[in-house]
Design a protein around this ligand. Structure first.
Ligand code: NAD
Ligand code: MG
Length: 383
């Protein structure tokens, strides 16, 4: 029995994590759950999974929840201190970081310091604080197990290779291309929020769905892969693969390419992280190679989808630039979701913020959080 805490249990990854747990009754115990605002769903999850501790976004939500579960003996906490408590419970062995955004940094660091393994979905944490998190995990003997489908595919394609001394020649990071693949900049001037939220292959939270449309998500994933697998930008090639069947690949020095394929279902990478290195039955569709007519590949159009281009620039520059890139994107996407800005304003805001915020070469945690605050302040004062 493995004891797990799920940060962001009411979201897309969070609910699918609990679905995996539900399918393997007896293999896992849920120690803590956290949610921002969705108290109704959290209450259902509490009644089904019986965590000892739950965290919500605000004191008001905590009071609401306390009333609705007054018949239960569950500790309710809130805010950042609450998230850290949820990530560091004494009995917890694995923390699933299914929360969205840089808010995941401090709980992830706290969990690592307490020796918890991390099933990492929250890529924003690694993008902005990878230089702190990866050495910290190593120092504490903690595993960072990727949940992101591409990174799980790379992780699966690496199985046993590195311990045999076989280094990665190149990572082939696949991308669906999102709902606007093939469009020109003129086309993109006219797209709306509802169009951006229609992902062709995956059903995900709103923020990452917009990030997939701008290709910012792929940019974040290039940085995520850099940290997880210790490779340079030059060793990562983004390949657009609209069918999302090949979830990513690793090329070795002899030219062999190893890939992981499957139907687009996040429960597979989630389950792989939770059971690693074991594989166990997972309900769901299997690939039918007779029905799969063709798998196609393209080069990403980074002049049209500047989100990816800017991410590559941020990765090259390093320091606090990935934080500026990420925080500006988080803020811009929040504005886009409120329909206060247009689609192409997202890369525009990221670019102008990257030019404006002072560079810090090796930011510590405070400098990362200060950079985030400076980015937020700047964008709030202008848009
Ligand atoms: P989501 O929006 O569906 O869920 C986010 C969760 O975080 C919710 O439980 C929400 O209540 C909680 N949350 C959000 N803001 C919060 C706040 N301020 N305080 C406390 N809790 C807060 O997001 P998602 O799609 O599940 O994505 C989660 C993470 O996983 C993201 O980093 C995303 O990039 C990554 N990811 C998601 C997918 C996917 O298929 N959805 C795939 C790969 C990676
Ligand atoms: Mg992904």
């Amino acid at each position: 029995m493995k004891n797990i805490a799920v940060l962001g249990s009411t979201g897309s990854i969070g609910t699918q994590t609990l679905d995996v747990v539900r399918q393997h009754d007896g293999d896992f115990k849920i120690t803590a759950l956290t949610a921002g605002n969705n108290i109704a769903l959290l209450e259902k999850q509490i009644r089904e999974f019986h965590p000892q501790l739950v965290c919500v976004g605000s004191e008001q939500k905590a009071a609401e929840l306390a009333l609705s579960i007054r018949d239960l003996d569950v500790e309710i906490v809130c805010g950042m201190d609450g998230l850290i408590a949820a990530a560091t419970g004494e009995d917890t062995q694995v923390v699933v970081t299914a929360i969205v955004g840089m808010i995941g940094i401090r709980p992830t660091i706290a969990a690592i310091e307490q020796g918890k393994d991390i099933a990492l979905a929250n890529k924003e944490t690694l993008v902005t604080a990878g230089h702190i998190i990866m050495p910290l995990a190593e120092a504490h003997g903690v595993s960072i197990l990727p949940v992101d489908s591409e990174h799980s595919a790379i992780f699966q394609s690496l199985n046993g290779e590195r311990s045999a001394g076989n280094e990665i020649d190149k990572i082939l990071l696949t991308a669906s291309g999102g709902p606007f693949r093939g469009m020109t900049r003129t086309d993109l001037e006219h797209v709306h929020l509802a169009d951006a939220l229609k992902h062709p292959n995956w059903s995900m939270g709103k923020k990452i769905t917009v990030d997939s449309a701008t290709l910012v998500n792929k940019g974040l994933e290039v940085m995520e892969a850099g940290w997880l697998f210790g490779v340079t930008q030059e060793q990562i090639q983004v390949v657009v693969h609209p069918q999302s069947v090949i979830h990513s690949m690793v090329q070795y020095r002899d030219g062999a390419v190893i890939a992981q394929l499957g139907t687009p279902d996040m429960r597979l990478p989630i389950q792989y992280a939770l059971y690693y290195p074991k594989r166990t039955f997972l309900q769901g569709e299997r690939l039918d190679f007779y029905a799969l007519k063709s798998l196609t590949f393209e080069k990403p159009d980074i002049d049209t989808f500047e989100g990816l281009k800017l991410a590559l620039q941020a990765m090259k520059k390093g320091g606090n630039t990935p934080t500026v890139f990420n925080a500006a994107n988080e803020k811009a996407v929040a504005l886009f979701l409120k329909e206060k800005i247009r689609f192409l304003d997202i890369p525009r805001i990221i670019e102008e913020t990257m030019d404006a915020i002072p560079y810090i070469a090796n930011p510590d945690l405070d400098a990362i959080l200060d950079t985030e605050a400076a980015v937020y302040e700047r964008i709030e004062s202008r848009w």
